[in-house]
Design a protein around this ligand. Sequence first.
Ligand SMILES: O=P(O)(O)OC[C@H]1O[C@H](OP(=O)(O)OP(=O)(O)O)[C@H](O)[C@@H]1O
Ligand SMILES: [Mg+2]
Length: 179
Amino acid sequence: MENDILNVLISEEELAKKVQEIGAQISKDYEGKNLMMVSVLKGSVVFMADLMRAVTVPAEIDFMSVSSYGSGAKTSGVVKIIKDLDIELAGRDLLIVEDILDSGLTLSYIKKILLERGPRSIKICTLLDKPERRKADIFADYSGFEVPDEFVVGYGLDFAEKYRNLPYIGVLKPSVYEK
Ligand SMILES: O=P(O)(O)OC[C@H]1O[C@H](OP(=O)(O)OP(=O)(O)O)[C@H](O)[C@@H]1O
Ligand SMILES: [Mg+2]
């Protein structure tokens, strides 16, 4: 697995520090609110698991799964719901937790459909932001790191379902996905 990594872009230590920073800011912003954190499966699960423990105010969690990439390195442009939320959104202060904001197609689709369910507020928290690739008009309210236009894996992010269990964010060798 490590042989497929060109370089470590964000270390475990940097990830841990950033998660604490974002968690502290969210805890301040959502004091007294009705926070519900929604993790977009699968890629955001590692970030969600760490981030929710850095949030010190009451929070409920839920999960939804959409797929926009399939097994390629390029967005298919099609976003479909694979698993929907279990909890009602009316009156909730929703925080969508994502691993990466790339073209923005996934998050703009999710935000659109969740807004229709009447949350009191809806904000976005992404660990990584790849602005060079943005196609949709969407931004994150909380963002960990800006990353270059390279395919990154690890800490939940995958290529063809592999590399999610790397403890850091690494740049995947192009030879792996250009096969
Ligand atoms: O901004 P975008 O161009 O839409 O790309 C971002 C999305 O793509 C990846 O998910 P993917 O659809 O690959 O599914 P996964 O989370 O299960 O890996 C990633 O986890 C984000 O959810
Ligand atoms: Mg994803």
